[in-house]
Design a binder for this molecule. Structure first.
Ligand code: FE2
Length: 241
């Protein structure tokens, strides 16, 4: 699953550069073909390059950046990759963080679109030393892509800012509905749902009374108003890790 070695597989179509989220989705589908991301490290690297080539522009992704005030960070489905992957936009409130979690055997790529995020990387708990060992903490850099998998370890993502939200783009392949979350002190793990809540129009209409779409402007993520009906159809909020 490591992207560090090469082999032959599908190549990126350089005649159609990735400028918009729809360009990115189209290129991801071409690159991953029918199989999604498997064990081929060349395809993993190509997908990472594609994610990197998308330059964050808030007016392109703000329609997916739905945030529910007063709740935890939100996970918004951008595209389900015809079952090969999930592409999500996460919106992190001030000071919010994920639990420490694994990735259910899937590849994970994450790209900071706006604000600040830190990644805490942990080793898997050992039988005789169950307390989780923090290997490093590192900031995600805007527009760069970080790769994560169970072979690397466990991690927690956190917005360190008390004054600004953060927005990130995540790709998971194969997509998964359940992962494990871990207690830092004991290493104990429990299964947690991370299924996409595919909100259809009636449910979204009920939900969106307390929902806002956020846009990013230079130093902060600001409320831009409630979702339009088009955005409601495009966006499925995922509320659990
Ligand atoms: Fe993760």
């Amino acid at each position: 699953m490591s992207p560090s070695t090469s082999s032959s597989s599908a190549a990126i179509d350089t005649s159609s550069p990735v400028k918009t989220m729809q360009d990115l989705i189209s290129s991801l589908n071409k690159t991953m073909g029918d199989g999604g991301l498997g064990e081929d490290p060349y395809t993993v690297r190509q997908v990472k390059k594609l994610m990197q080539s998308y330059i964050s522009q808030s007016n392109d992704w703000s329609q997916y950046a739905v945030y529910h005030e007063g709740t935890r960070y939100t996970r918004n489905l951008v595209d389900d990759g015809n079952g090969k992957y999930n592409l999500l936009i996460l919106v992190w409130g001030e000071g919010q963080s994920s639990p420490i979690h694994d990735h259910a055997g899937s590849h994970c790529m994450m790209k900071l679109l706006a604000g600040e995020l830190n990644e805490d990387l942990y080793a898997w708990p050992k039988h005789k030393e169950p307390q989780l060992h923090l290997k490093r903490t590192a900031p995600l850099k805007t527009n760069s892509v970080a790769y994560m998998s169970d072979k690397i370890g466990l991690h927690r993502i956190a917005n360190p800012s008390n004054g600004a939200k953060a927005v990130s783009l995540h790709l998971y392949s194969p997509p998964y509905n359940m992962c494990k979350v871990f207690d830092e002190k004991t290493g104990a793990a429990v299964q947690s749902s991370c299924a996409a809540e595919r909100l259809k129009t009636p449910a979204i209409e009920a939900t969106c009374s307390s929902s806002s779409v956020y846009t990013y402007s230079s130093s902060n993520v600001q409320a831009a108003g409630n979702m339009t009906s088009q955005q409601q159809q495009q966006t499925a909020a995922i509320t659990s890790m």
